[in-house]
Design a protein around this ligand. Structure first.
Ligand code: UD1
Ligand code: MG
Length: 467
C-alpha cells in the first residue's frame, strides 16, 4: 500500500524535471551576466520542488513532535501535521541567501581591488557600460540582509508560538520583535522618515513632511498588522495560503508596473520594486507547494509560523521598498476582518479561543459560530448588538426576557455565512479568495489611475518629486 507521506513515481518524476529545469536556467544565466530575474524564477521552481517533497516527508515527524492539529470542519476531526509553514520558510530563506550573488556579485567585484581591499570606490564597470538595471548597487545588500534577518526572527518566534500556543494578547506583539532587525538597519542605512504630502495639503505643509520617530512607529505598526491580520483571517482549509498568494501576485503585478516596458527607465522606484520581486517570486514557489497540501481537504495545516512568515514577507517588501500605502491597500479584507473583530479582541464581547465557523455534521455545511453570554451584556453593548443585528451585521439569540444569550463571532467568515447562509468549506474559501482578488484589483486600479490626483509622482509620471 502506498504511504501517504511517500511521493508517487509520477510526482517524483515531475519534481525531478522541475529541479532539472531550474538548474538548467540558472546555469544558462551564468553565461550571459547572471539575469537575476530569470534566476529568481528558477529558484522559485526549486523552492516548489523542495517544499513539496519536504512537506510530504516530514509530516509524520512533525506529528510525533506534537506539531499537529484537529481539522474542526470534518466529521471525525482528524489530526494532521501543523506548522508546515516552517518547512516552506526554511526553504525560502536558504533560497534567498543562495540568490545573493546574482543581483549583487558584479557590484561587489567592481567595488573591490582584491585582497579584501575596498579602496576602489568608483564602480568602473558601471562607468564604462552603465549599471545593469536588474542588478543592485552594493548598499542595497544591507537592506536585503536585514529583510532576511527579520524573516528568520519571525520564523523562530512563529515556531515557538506553534509549540507553546501563546495567548493572543501576548502573541500580537511577536511580529514587532521580528521587525526589529529590519527597522534597526533601516535606521542606520537609509533613515528616510519623510513622506510626500498629498497635493491638496501641500499649500499648508510643503511637499515633504518629516515624521521622525513616528515613521518608525508606523513601520512597526505595518509589521505587526500584516502577519496578525493573516493569522486572523484563518481557520478553514487553504485560506491562509490562498490569501497570501493573491496578495503576493498582486504585489508582483504592481512591481512589474515600475519596470520596462510599463514605465520609463530609469524610474526612481525601479530598484525598490525589483527588490520586492526578488523576495516575492520564491515566496510564490514555496507557497504553491504548501497550498497543494493545505487546500481542501487539508493534509497539513500551515501553523501560525506561515501566517507570520507570509505577513512579514509583505511587510519587508512594503517597508524596504517604500510602498507600504499600496501594500495596505491590498489588505482590505484583512482590515475589515480586523476592525470587525475589535470588540472581541478588546473583550467588549466575550472571545472564545476559536472563532472559526462551526461544522454541522448533519448537513456537512459550515454555519456561524457563536459566543455565549453567560451574563446578559450591559445596556450599551445590548443596544449596539441589537442595532447591528437589525442591519444583519451580527446574528443574536435572545431569551424570553429579551436578553442576549448568544451572538455570532465577529469574523469576516462568519459575516459571510450570515449573509449567504451555510455553505460547504471549499465554497467558502473560494468566495473569500475571490473577494480578495476583486478588492485587490480595485485597489491597484485606484492606486494607479487615481494616485496622480493626490500625489505628484507615480509609475506613469515622474512629476517634480522623486520620492
Ligand atoms: C486564530 C483566530 C481564531 C481561529 C484560529 C483558526 C483570532 C483572534 N484568532 O487563532 O479565532 O479559530 O485562528 O486558525 O481571530 N483549523 C482548522 N481548519 C483549518 C485551519 C485551522 O480546523 O483549515 C484549526 C485546527 O484545529 C488548528 C487550529 O485551527 O490546529 C489552529 O489555530 P491557531 O492558529 O493556533 O489559532 P490562532 O492563530 O491562535
Ligand atoms: Mg493561527
Amino acid at each position: 500500500m502506498r504511504q501517504p507521506n511517500r511521493l508517487s513515481l509520477s510526482e517524483t518524476a515531475c519534481l525531478l524535471a522541475l529541479v532539472g529545469v531550474s538548474i538548467g536556467i540558472t546555469a544558462n544565466s551564468l553565461r550571459d551576466d547572471g539575469r537575476p530575474l530569470t534566476v529568481s524564477f528558477a529558484f522559485s521552481l526549486l523552492g516548489f520542488a523542495a517544499s513539496y517533497s519536504l512537506i510530504r516527508w516530514l509530516g509524520p515527524t512533525f506529528m510525533r513532535a506534537g506539531l499537529k492539529g484537529k481539522d474542526m470542519a470534518k466529521v471525525n476531526k482528524p489530526e494532521i501535521p501543523e506548522t508546515m509553514g516552517a518547512v516552506c520558510a526554511v526553504v525560502y530563506l536558504l533560497l534567498l541567501i543562495a540568490f545573493i550573488p546574482f543581483p549583487f556579485y558584479k557590484d561587489i567585484v567592481a567595488a573591490t581591488s582584491g585582497g579584501g581591499n575596498r579602496d576602489v570606490v568608483i564602480q568602473v564597470d558601471h562607468v564604462e557600460t552603465g549599471r545593469y538595471l536588474h542588478r543592485f548597487p552594493h548598499n542595497k545588500l544591507a537592506s536585503y540582509l536585514s529583510g532576511i534577518l527579520s524573516l528568520q526572527a519571525i520564523v523562530l518566534l512563529g515556531i515557538g508560538d506553534d509549540l507553546l500556543d501563546i495567548r493572543w494578547r501576548h502573541k500580537v506583539l511577536i511580529p514587532a520583535l521580528g521587525a526589529f532587525p529590519m527597522l534597526v538597519v533601516y535606521f542606520v542605512d537609509f533613515g528616510v522618515t519623510h513622506v510626500v504630502v498629498p497635493l491638496p495639503l501641500q499649500k499648508y505643509l510643503g511637499q515633504l513632511i518629516d515624521l521622525g520617530w513616528l515613521y518608525y512607529v508606523y513601520m512597526a505598526a505595518v509589521a505587526i498588522f500584516c502577519p496578525n491580520s493573516i493569522n486572523m483571517l484563518a481557520g478553514i482549509n487553504g485560506i491562509e495560503v490562498a490569501q497570501s498568494l493573491v496578495i503576493a501576485l498582486l504585489l508582483m503585478i504592481n512591481d512589474f508596473l515600475y519596470l520596462s516596458p510599463f514605465t520609463s527607465y530609469p524610474h526612481p522606484a525601479t530598484d525598490s520594486h525589483l527588490f520586492s520581486i526578488y523576495f516575492l517570486i520564491p515566496f510564490v514557489g514555496v507557497s504553491l507547494a504548501l497550498l497543494y497540501h493545505n487546500w481542501y481537504p487539508s493534509k497539513v495545516f500551515v501553523g501560525d509560523t506561515y501566517c507570520y512568515f507570509a505577513g512579514m514577507v509583505f511587510a519587508v517588501v512594503g517597508i524596504l521598498g517604500h510602498f507600504s500605502k499600496t501594500l495596505l491597500l491590498l489588505f482590505i479584507p484583512q482590515m475589515v476582518n480586523f476592525l470587525y473583530s475589535c470588540p472581541q479582541l478588546f473583550h467588549l464581547i466575550p472571545c472564545p479561543r476559536h472563532r472559526l465557523p462551526r461544522y454541522n455534521p448533519s448537513t456537512g455545511l459550515l454555519e456561524n459560530s457563536v459566543t455565549e453570554w453567560k451574563q446578559p451584556p450591559s445596556w450599551p453593548i445590548h443596544f449596539i448588538l441589537t442595532t447591528l443585528a437589525r442591519f444583519r451585521l451580527v446574528g443574536i439569540k435572545t431569551n424570553d426576557r429579551g436578553e442576549i444569550v448568544e451572538s455570532t463571532n465577529l469574523t469576516l467568515l462568519n459575516l459571510w455565512l450570515l449573509w449567504l447562509g451555510p455553505m460547504k468549506e471549499e465554497r467558502l474559501v473560494l468566495h473569500i479568495v475571490f473577494l480578495q482578488i476583486v478588492c485587490g484589483i480595485i485597489a491597484l486600479f485606484v492606486r494607479h489611475r487615481m494616485a496622480l490626483l493626490v500625489f505628484p509622482a507615480d509609475n506613469l509620471s515622474l512629476g517634480a518629486s522623486q520620492v
